[in-house]
Design a protein around this ligand. Structure first.
Ligand code: ADP
Length: 627
């Protein structure tokens, strides 16, 4: 068990308030994880009531304060008709209150169905309907503006004065804690129903990551993304603090500032975000002690770059589908791992891993590739309202018990670590050959003049498939595609050598931060815009240069549209960061998307520069005074 100590050394610049940990009288043993997260949080609140639990810049809550507020809110929810077993949607901007509300829902016996304020209404409504939601609770203003159909309840902004603070019954270990939606191949998202016991087992005294009572874990992921489970509850299950990034769409600079301001010591980044932060050698790595990454294959080159520059950093590669409760395996990455594939490690916290052949029955021979099936105690109940799909993916194996079929291809190293080799369902065929895009990408990333790469298949006609690679060049001379192909041909079988290699500025990402293979095709393989260049003002030219670099194509028009050119939210982070560094102007993301043309952004930059230097211009007031 982690030692309970005085929290002074990580006290932040902003929240030095609750520093003393008073040892509470009751010396009750730590509840087993099966008691669930709320019981664990309540136990910490008894032991260390004055320890910092949650801070978001406006609100700072000790463990005692968090538990008191959540219990009062649970009573309030009960008064408003919430009953054990209900599924209640939560619609709130990320804040300390989000954490309180989740705990309150659990103490009211409900399952929390997080909704994302950034999602379009029809998507949220479909999710709520599929989850069988009976009520949506959350922030009053947001509820009003999103205006979902069905009953809703605005949560009080402060701790309710009425309402019992008596200990609410703990939800049973098998009760559903969350329903988290993942995208479904049918086009409709599927709701994964995750039990309390599974979340608590994942996060209670984890062996795969360092977490002490003195840690501060950054909460910056959307609540709808299961990484937020780690961010919030890894902290609160272990007596540490959650520090909340309240900027909804943080820029790279926002992230660094939040880490700095709150004194965060632990953060999770999607692999794609990690790669971008690594490419920029972000200062977040000099501020954090532990970084957990996950979501897709971790690039050895980026991991090495970070580990070499920040050798003290604990870097953990976490792997797992939502259906196995956030992480099923994990690996502490060292420099030695970065010579080849970075492993996804071994099963953690009650999970078991089985590499089975195509029948789903027999293990593959030692070291062979097979599909990864996950078993153990942390499997989800299944997909809400989708019994057939649940039966298809969650299967009873005659010897191994209930298993989840991941669709991931893996192999086991002699030391027991798993290597990830891509998706069974993303597998492509080119001229009859099976191709694992990850393998080609890996080979490309090993080239000294290549920073990142993604490979997919384009089908110009139904019976023609072309393997195409999109390559982000490393700083320095941009490699010629023919040269790269020749180099690959020297190490790979012919069918793994891409038919085309296109140099791009950045790889397109999905909203959850993964490489968006479908959007790759939309990038085309040509060299960009054939429209003749139009005259640009010097400021427009500066913006266009930044865009060109980010988008990997020349931008020559004042009315060029960022999204139409393949831009997306993470790329916008790159551009805003470059605008800040090169032109000294902070363009918030909201402003960025409100003016997504070169001319529009140049105007924003100009306005910001004028505002910043307004003291150099005579103001209207001074003009008047002069008269
Ligand atoms: P997550 O939220 O962790 O991304 P998802 O359910 O959205 O979980 O996606 C899970 C899939 O993402 C896995 O089946 C696997 O294909 C991929 N994945 C997740 N983590 C990793 C990782 N560390 N390395 C390689 N692939 C990963």
């Amino acid at each position: 068990m982690t030692a309970l100590t005085t929290r002074t050394d990580t006290a932040s610049k902003e929240e030095p308030v609750p520093t003393e940990r008073t040892q509470a009288a009751p010396d009750s043993p730590r509840p087993p994880f099966a008691a669930g997260l709320p019981a664990l949080v309540a136990w910490h609140a008894e032991r260390t009531p004055h320890a910092l639990a949650v801070a978001d810049g406006d609100t700072t809550l000790t463990y005692a304060g968090l538990v008191s507020w959540a219990r009062a809110l649970a009573a309030h929810l009960h008064e408003h008709g919430v009953r054990p077993g209900d599924r209640v949607a939560l619609l709130m901007p990320r804040s300390a209150r989000t954490v309180v509300a989740t705990l309150a829902l659990w103490w009211a016996g409900a399952t929390c169905v997080p909704l994302d304020p950034a999602h379009p209404r029809p998507r949220s409504e479909a999710m709520a309907a599929d989850a069988g939601v009976t009520l949506t609770v959350g922030d009053g203003k947001l509820l009003e503006s999103v205006a979902l159909t069905g009953p809703s309840l605005a949560l009080p902004a402060e701790e309710p004065l009425s309402g019992s603070r008596a200990a609410a019954p703990e939800p049973g270990p098998g009760a559903a804690a969350f329903i988290m939606f993942t995208s479904g191949s049918t086009g409709r998202p599927k709701g994964v129903c995750v039990p309390h016991r599974a979340v608590a087992e994942l996060l209670s005294e984890p062996a795969y990551v360092t977490l002490t009572t003195r840690d501060r874990v950054l909460f910056h992921s959307p609540m709808t993304f299961d990484a937020s489970t780690f961010e919030v509850w890894a902290a609160l299950a272990n007596g540490a603090a959650v520090v909340v990034c309240t900027v909804e769409r943080p820029s790279f600079e926002d992230l660094a500032q939040q880490v700095e301001r709150h004194g965060a010591t632990v953060a999770f980044f999607t692999t794609a975000l990690f790669h971008r932060l690594a490419a920029r050698r972000s200062r977040v790595f000099s501020l954090l002690r532990t970084v957990v990454v996950g979501g897709e294959a971790l690039s050895a080159e980026h991991a090495r770059r970070v580990l070499r520059a920040f050798p003290w950093l604990e870097l953990v590669n976490g792997y797992g589908p939502t259906e196995t409760t956030t992480f099923a395996t994990a690996h502490r990455v060292t420099d030695a791992d970065c010579d080849g594939h970075v492993p996804i490690g071994r099963p953690i916290a009650g999970a078991t891993a089985h590499v089975l052949d195509g029948t789903g029955r027999r293990p593959v021979p030692d070291g062979g590739r097979g599909e990864l099936w996950i078993g153990g105690s942390r499997l989800a109940h299944g997909y809400t309202g989708l019994p057939e799909l649940t039966a298809e993916r969650f299967v009873d194996h005659p010897e191994l018990g209930r298993l989840y079929r991941t669709g991931d291809l893996v192999s086991v190293r002699p030391d027991g670590n798993l290597d990830f080799h891509g998706r069974t369902d993303d597998q492509v065929k080119v001229r009859g050959f099976r191709v694992e895009p990850g393998e080609v990408e890996h080979a490309l990333r090993r080239q000294p003049d290549v920073d990142d790469a993604a490979v997919t298949v384009l089908r110009p006609t139904p019976d023609d498939a072309r393997l195409v690679a999109y390559v982000v060049a490393a700083p320095g001379p941009v490699p010629r595609s023919g040269v790269l192909r020749d180099r690959l041909a020297a190490t790979l079988p012919a069918h793994l050598v891409p038919d085309e290699v296109t140099i791009v500025g950045r790889l397109p990402l999905t909203p959850s931060g993964k490489v968006d293979r479908r959007a790759l095709a939309a990038l085309g393989t040509g060299d960009g815009d054939a429209t003749p260049a139009a005259p640009l003002t010097p400021l427009q030219q500066a913006v266009a240069d930044i865009w060109s670099r980010a988008l990997g194509r020349e931008v020559t028009q004042p009315d060029a549209d960022f999204l139409a050119l393949g831009g997306h939210s993470l790329l916008a982070l790159v551009v805003t960061d470059d605008l800040r560094e090169e032109l000294g102007v902070d363009v918030p993301l909201a402003g960025f998307f409100a003016a997504p043309t070169v001319a529009g952004q140049a105007a924003l930059v100009e306005q910001a520069l004028l505002d910043a230097h307004s003291d150099l211009r005579p103001s209207a007031q001074e003009d008047t005074d002069d008269q």
